[in-house]
Structures are given as C-alpha cells and as structure tokens.
Write a protein that binds this ligand. Structure first.
Ligand code: HEC
Ligand code: HEC
Ligand code: HEC
Ligand code: HEC
Ligand code: HEC
Ligand code: HEC
Ligand code: HEC
Ligand code: HEC
Ligand code: HEC
Ligand code: HEC
Ligand code: HEC
Ligand code: HEC
Length: 291
C-alpha cells in the first residue's frame, strides 16, 4: 500500500517537472522575437468569403480580351470564369501555359469533322470567335465547307478558276470589290452591275439582265453602238439586249420577233431576210426623209 503511494507521488512529481519545464520554455518564446517586425493580426478579414471577380473587374487589368468580347464576342459573351476556371495559375517554371488555358473541346464537339481539329488555328482569338484568321491552314479547307463554290469554278472554267480563294477573300467572309483588280467597262458602272453579268465564280458565264443599257457594250463594240444609235429605223430605239438577250454572243433570229411577214412564196424564194434588209443594226427604211 505504502509502496504504491510512494510510486504515485514520484510519478506526480516528474509530470509536474515536465509541465514546469515546458511552461517556462513558452514564457521564454514570448520574450524572444521570431519576426523582425511587429504586425498587428487582423483575423476579422479572414471570416469573409471573397466574391469571384466580375468580368468588369478582370477587364480593369485585361483590356484587350474584354474589348474583343465586347465588340465581337458573339455568343461567347458570358462570364470569363466559365472558360477560365483555372485562373492566374501560369508558372514559367512549370511551363504550363497551354495546360491551364480553356479547351474548346470542353464545350464543343468536333463540329467541322475530324480533319478540322486545330481550333485556334482559325478561331485565333477565342474572345472574337467569329473572326476567322486568314491563315494558310484555312485556305486548304475552303472546299470542305464550300464545296458548291469549287464546283461552280470548275464547271465553267475561267481565269478566276486559277485565282486562289484567299487572293479575293483576304479574310473569312470578306467579299472584295471587283474594282480591287479590274476597271469598269464604262464610267459609272457599279459592282452590283458587274455581278449581274458576271457571276463571280463563273465570270465567263455572262448573262445579261434585260435592263442592261447599250453603253455597257460600247467598250468592245463601239462601232455597232454608234451605228445603231444613228440609224433611221425603228431598231434604233431598241437596246442591244432586247435582241441579244440572255447569254453573251447570242444571235437572235428575225423571225423570233417578226415571224414571216411577207407572203410564203416570197420567203421561199429569198430565205435570208438580210439579203434585202441588209444590216440589222442599220436597216435601210423608207423614212419620211427618203420618201
Ligand atoms: C465554357 C464553354 C466554352 C468554351 C471553353 C468554348 N466555347 Fe465556344 N461557345 C460556347 C457557347 C455556350 C457558345 C454559344 C452556343 C450557342 O449559341 O448555341 C459558343 C459559341 C461559339 C462560336 C460561335 C460564336 C457565335 O457568336 O455564334 C464559336 C465560333 C466558338 N464557340 C468557338 C470556340 C472555340 C474555337 C473555342 C476554343 C478556343 C471555344 N469556342 C471554347 C461555349 C464555349
Ligand atoms: C469562351 C471561352 C473564353 C471566355 C468567355 C474568355 N476567355 Fe480568355 N481565353 C480563352 C482561351 C481558349 C484562351 C487561350 C488562347 C490561346 O491559347 O491562344 C484565353 C486566353 C486569355 C488570356 C491570355 C492571353 C491573352 O489574350 O492575353 C487572358 C488574359 C484572358 N483570356 C482573359 C479573359 C478575360 C478577362 C475574359 C472575360 C472578360 C475572358 N478571357 C473570357 C477562352 C475564353
Ligand atoms: C489586378 C489585375 C488583374 C486582374 C483583376 C485580373 N488579372 Fe489576369 N492577369 C494579370 C496579370 C498581371 C497577369 C500575368 C501577366 C499577363 O499575362 O498579362 C494575368 C494573367 C492572366 C491570364 C494568363 C495567365 C494565367 O496564369 O492564367 C489569364 C487567362 C487571366 N489573367 C485571366 C483573368 C481573368 C479571367 C480575370 C478575372 C476573373 C483576371 N485575369 C483578373 C492581372 C490581373
Ligand atoms: C480551317 C479553319 C477552322 C478550323 C480549324 C476550325 N474552325 Fe470553326 N469555323 C470556321 C469557319 C470559317 C466558321 C464559320 C464562321 C462564320 O460563320 O462566319 C466556323 C464556325 C464555327 C462555329 C460556329 C458554328 C455555327 O454553326 O454557327 C463553332 C462553334 C466553331 N467553328 C467551333 C470550332 C471548333 C470547336 C474547332 C476545333 C475543333 C474549330 N471550330 C476549328 C473555321 C474553322
Ligand atoms: C469550317 C468551315 C468553313 C471553312 C473552312 C471556310 N468557311 Fe467560309 N463560311 C463557313 C460558314 C459556316 C459561313 C457562314 C454561312 C454561309 O453564309 O454559308 C461561311 C461564310 C463565308 C463567306 C461569306 C458568305 C456570305 O454570304 O456572306 C465567304 C465569302 C466565305 N465563307 C469564304 C470562305 C473561304 C474563301 C474559305 C477558305 C479560305 C472559307 N470560307 C473557309 C464555313 C467555312
Ligand atoms: C476573283 C475573286 C474571287 C475568287 C477567286 C473567289 N471568290 Fe468567292 N466571292 C467573290 C466575290 C466578289 C463574292 C461576292 C459575290 C456576291 O456578292 O454575289 C464572293 C462570294 C463568295 C461566297 C458567298 C456567296 C456564295 O456564292 O455563296 C462564298 C462562300 C465564296 N465566295 C467562297 C469562295 C471560295 C471557297 C473560293 C475558292 C474556291 C472563292 N470564293 C473564290 C470573289 C472571289
Ligand atoms: C483579287 C483580284 C480580283 C478580283 C477582286 C476580281 N477579279 Fe476578275 N480576274 C482577276 C484575274 C487575276 C483575272 C485574270 C486576268 C488575266 O489573266 O488577264 C481575272 C479575270 C476576270 C474575267 C475574265 C475571265 C476569263 O476567263 O476570261 C472577268 C470577266 C472578271 N475577272 C470579272 C470579275 C468581276 C465581275 C469581279 C467582281 C465580282 C472580279 N473579276 C473580281 C482577279 C480578280
Ligand atoms: C452587261 C453585261 C456586263 C456588265 C454589266 C459587265 N460586264 Fe464585263 N464583260 C461583259 C462581256 C460581254 C465581256 C466579254 C466576254 C468575252 O470576251 O467573251 C466582258 C468581259 C470582262 C472582262 C474580261 C477582260 C476584258 O476586258 O475583255 C473583265 C475583267 C470584266 N468584264 C470585268 C467587268 C467588271 C469589273 C464589271 C463591273 C464594273 C463588268 N465587267 C460589268 C459583260 C459585262
Ligand atoms: C469586254 C468586251 C465586251 C463587252 C463589254 C461586250 N462584248 Fe460582245 N463580244 C466581245 C468579244 C471579244 C466578242 C467576240 C468577237 C469575235 O469573235 O470576233 C464578242 C462577240 C459578240 C457577239 C457576236 C457573237 C458572234 O457569234 O459573232 C455579240 C452578238 C455580242 N458580242 C453582243 C454583245 C452585247 C449585246 C454586249 C453588251 C450587252 C456585249 N457584247 C458586250 C467582247 C465584249
Ligand atoms: C433588232 C435586233 C438587234 C439589235 C437591237 C442589236 N442587234 Fe446585234 N445583231 C442582231 C442580229 C440578228 C445579228 C446577226 C446579223 C447577221 O446574221 O449578220 C446581230 C449581230 C451582232 C454582232 C455580230 C456581227 C457583227 O456585226 O459584228 C454583234 C457584235 C452585235 N450584233 C452587237 C450588237 C450591239 C452591241 C448592239 C447594241 C448597240 C446590237 N447588236 C443591237 C440583232 C440585233
Ligand atoms: C427582239 C425582237 C426583234 C428582232 C430579233 C428583230 N427585230 Fe426587227 N423590229 C423589232 C421591233 C420591236 C421593231 C419596231 C416595230 C414597230 O415599232 O412597229 C422592228 C422593226 C423592224 C422593221 C421595220 C423598220 C422600220 O423602221 O420601220 C424591219 C424592216 C425589221 N424590223 C427587220 C428585221 C430583220 C430583218 C431582223 C433580223 C435581221 C429583225 N428585224 C430582227 C424587233 C425585232
Ligand atoms: C426580197 C427582199 C426581202 C426579203 C427577203 C425580206 N424582206 Fe422584209 N421587206 C422587204 C421590203 C421591200 C419591205 C417594205 C419596205 C417598207 O415598206 O418600208 C419589207 C418590209 C419588212 C418589214 C416592215 C413591214 C411593216 O409592216 O412595217 C418587216 C418587219 C420585214 N420586212 C421583215 C422581214 C423579215 C423578218 C424577213 C425574213 C424572214 C424579211 N423581211 C425578208 C423586202 C424583203
């Protein structure tokens, strides 16, 4: 019994000694400085949960991504963090730039087909997704998406067939003016008029609109234009395309408009109208003058 008490007292004493040593040590720590400065703790500020930055706040530092989205963001005009869920995590030591950037595939399928997979090569700025860069890569894929244009260029071969798409379409969707490369036939002609006669991908497939004025023909057929205008016959009142309608180089038949006006025997004897009427562009007529 005594022995046991004795043991307990010894145990108590040794525990007290350890506590004493430790508490004296901790008093010593307060006396010795572990920082070279004194800063008052402000634990209150760590009780708050900060709100995520808004796009406007991001924009205060990142003006150009914001400006891009503002002007040409289209359907990408949503919160930055929907794409940038890993933020300010770039480390030159890790060289992880590409790894932390948003991936198109996290929200889009390979919607142009498996071959067209390097999204950023064409959609070079994700903040302006519909602005497609005019890169050599896109030039190799025009036909994938615009097969009909290739067919148009090939079925009616012209000098445009040999002009690269990107020579004219210098950026995606841009439609050039004919005047970048050509002069008009006559002063005052508009691009809209050019296109009425020359479908741009088949410029040799020339189709005249019925409203075409005769001066359009004068660059190349000025003698006829002058002759017709000066002539005394009723043909002078007609525009060139009244007769030469539809395709360029179409030659009409007199009978298309006049039928066979003389008696049958007469026509049988002299089948060609111009044997007597001589020149369609300057018909000899019994004008009041010559009558
Ligand atoms: C966080 C998801 C997300 C990521 C990442 C993403 N997109 Fe989008 N994207 C969308 C959504 C949503 C739309 C709108 C879809 C709709 O209107 O149906 C869209 C629309 C587009 C459009 C059409 C824009 C318009 O104005 O119509 C293009 C082009 C596009 N994305 C390309 C890309 C490319 C290229 C990448 C990678 C660089 C990419 N996206 C990354 C979600 C995303
Ligand atoms: C549709 C997804 C999407 C949205 C929305 C988006 N980004 Fe981006 N952002 C990207 C992708 C993808 C890249 C990587 C582009 C690359 O690798 O060339 C990028 C790159 C960046 C970069 C680094 C390259 C640079 O252009 O300086 C910054 C900064 C940036 N984004 C800021 C923003 C800010 C700010 C917003 C919102 C105002 C925003 N982004 C919205 C997809 C997005
Ligand atoms: C106070 C300024 C500031 C704000 C606010 C800010 N950034 Fe940045 N951000 C920077 C700086 C500085 C860099 C590094 C240098 C650089 O790439 O321009 C950077 C880099 C980036 C990068 C590329 C590198 C990386 O580590 O991600 C992206 C993407 C980016 N920021 C997106 C955002 C988005 C999205 C927001 C809003 C949610 C935002 N930033 C808010 C200053 C800011
Ligand atoms: C060879 C160039 C090229 C590549 C590579 C490319 N795109 Fe496109 N993408 C385009 C063009 C051109 C358009 C049409 C733009 C327009 O409507 O003006 C387009 C349109 C889109 C659209 C809008 C579709 C719609 O119907 O409105 C989305 C979304 C898109 N691309 C996503 C992607 C993604 C994701 C990738 C990568 C897997 C990708 N693109 C790769 C050229 C490309
Ligand atoms: C990934 C598919 C894709 C590729 C590659 C592509 N386009 Fe497009 N393109 C489109 C889509 C989609 C549109 C918009 C819808 C439309 O008008 O057909 C468009 C529109 C256009 C337009 C404007 C059409 C209009 O009526 O305003 C032109 C011009 C054009 N593309 C030329 C080109 C040329 C040139 C190339 C090659 C350098 C090319 N595209 C490559 C998909 C593509
Ligand atoms: C000589 C210049 C030129 C060449 C070469 C050319 N285009 Fe065009 N393209 C134009 C012009 C100009 C327009 C506008 C026509 C209009 O407004 O009717 C146009 C219109 C378009 C359009 C939209 C109208 C439509 O018909 O659907 C597409 C798409 C297009 N081009 C694609 C292409 C592709 C793809 C190629 C190459 C295979 C190509 N173009 C070659 C000048 C050219
Ligand atoms: C980027 C320059 C460019 C643009 C834009 C352009 N063309 Fe051309 N076009 C050419 C070249 C190059 C030729 C071949 C000239 C030569 O060899 O003498 C040509 C030839 C032609 C020819 C003769 C075709 C043949 O096979 O004989 C016609 C017609 C023509 N262009 C009409 C137009 C019209 C109309 C437009 C506008 C809708 C237009 N072009 C826009 C470059 C262009
Ligand atoms: C009323 C129809 C018509 C209009 C409008 C028209 N053209 Fe023509 N163009 C022609 C005819 C016809 C030819 C001769 C084709 C041939 O040689 O077979 C031609 C030839 C051309 C040629 C081939 C080179 C040459 O001079 O012989 C070019 C280039 C051309 N046109 C460009 C244009 C441009 C640019 C415009 C608009 C400013 C335009 N054309 C308006 C009918 C027209
Ligand atoms: C840019 C020049 C140009 C323009 C503009 C032009 N033509 Fe021509 N046209 C030609 C050439 C070149 C020939 C072929 C001449 C030859 O074979 O001796 C021709 C031939 C013709 C022929 C004769 C076909 C044949 O078989 O002999 C007719 C008809 C014709 N053009 C009508 C017109 C009409 C009508 C217009 C105006 C709406 C017009 N052309 C505008 C260049 C042009
Ligand atoms: C009343 C109908 C008519 C009108 C209007 C007309 N032509 Fe003709 N043109 C013809 C006929 C018919 C021929 C074929 C004559 C022949 O067989 O010798 C022809 C032949 C031609 C030829 C080819 C033969 C040659 O003489 O060189 C050209 C070019 C031509 N016309 C251009 C024009 C032009 C340009 C105009 C407008 C200034 C015009 N024509 C107005 C009916 C017409
Ligand atoms: C596109 C229709 C058209 C064609 C083709 C055409 N003409 Fe005419 N012609 C007319 C019209 C319209 C008149 C005027 C009728 C009137 O005012 O009574 C006319 C008038 C005439 C007259 C009367 C002239 C006058 O001043 O009184 C003669 C003669 C004539 N045509 C002969 C011809 C001959 C010959 C040809 C073929 C070489 C021909 N025409 C081709 C439409 C045409
Ligand atoms: C053998 C000569 C000859 C032949 C062939 C001929 N004509 Fe005539 N045509 C005439 C004479 C003469 C006149 C009367 C002139 C006048 O009254 O001014 C005439 C008058 C006309 C007139 C005007 C009649 C009117 O009522 O005003 C037309 C239209 C005409 N011819 C069309 C044709 C057509 C079309 C052909 C061919 C199918 C043709 N002619 C063949 C000699 C000819």
């Amino acid at each position: 019994m005594n022995l046991r008490n004795c043991f307990n007292i010894r145990k108590f004493l040794s525990v007290s000694a350890i506590v004493l040593v430790f508490s004296s040590l901790s008093f010593a720590a307060h006396d010795k400085k572990i920082a070279t400065v004194t800063i008052a703790p402000t634990p209150d500020q760590y009780t708050v949960q900060p709100l995520p930055l808004t796009a406007i706040q991001c924009a205060q530092c990142h003006t150009s991504p914001f400006q891009g989205l503002k002007e040409n963001g289209g359907n990408h005009q949503f919160e930055c963090q929907k794409c940038h869920n890993l933020l300010h995590a770039y480390s030159p030591r890790k060289g992880n730039y590409d790894a932390i950037m948003p991936k198109c595939a996290s929200c889009h399928d390979a919607l142009h087909g498996a071959k067209i997979n390097d999204c950023l090569a064409c959609h070079s700025n994700p903040h302006t997704p519909r602005k497609i860069a005019a890169t050599p890569l896109i030039a190799t894929f025009c036909y994938n998406c615009h097969a009909t244009i290739r067919t148009q260029l090939d079925t009616v071969p012209s000098k445009h067939t040999k002009v690269a798409c990107t020579m004219c379409h210098t950026s995606h969707g841009f439609k050039p003016s004919c005047f970048t490369c050509h002069k008009p036939h006559v002063e005052g002609q508009t691009v809209a008029q050019c296109l009425q006669c020359h479908p741009v991908h088949q410029p040799r497939n020339i189709v005249f609109p019925t409203t075409t004025p005769s001066n359009t023909c004068s660059t190349c057929h000025s003698p006829i234009v002058t002759k017709l205008a000066k002539g005394a016959s009723k043909h002078a009142a007609l525009t060139c395309v009244t007769c030469h309608k539809g395709k360029h180089r179409f030659i009409p038949q007199c009978t298309d408009c006049h039928g066979k006006p003389h008696n049958a025997a007469f026509h049988a004897k002299v089948p060609r109208c111009l044997t007597c009427h001589i020149d369609v562009h300057d018909l000899p007529v019994l004008t009041p003058k010559s009558k």
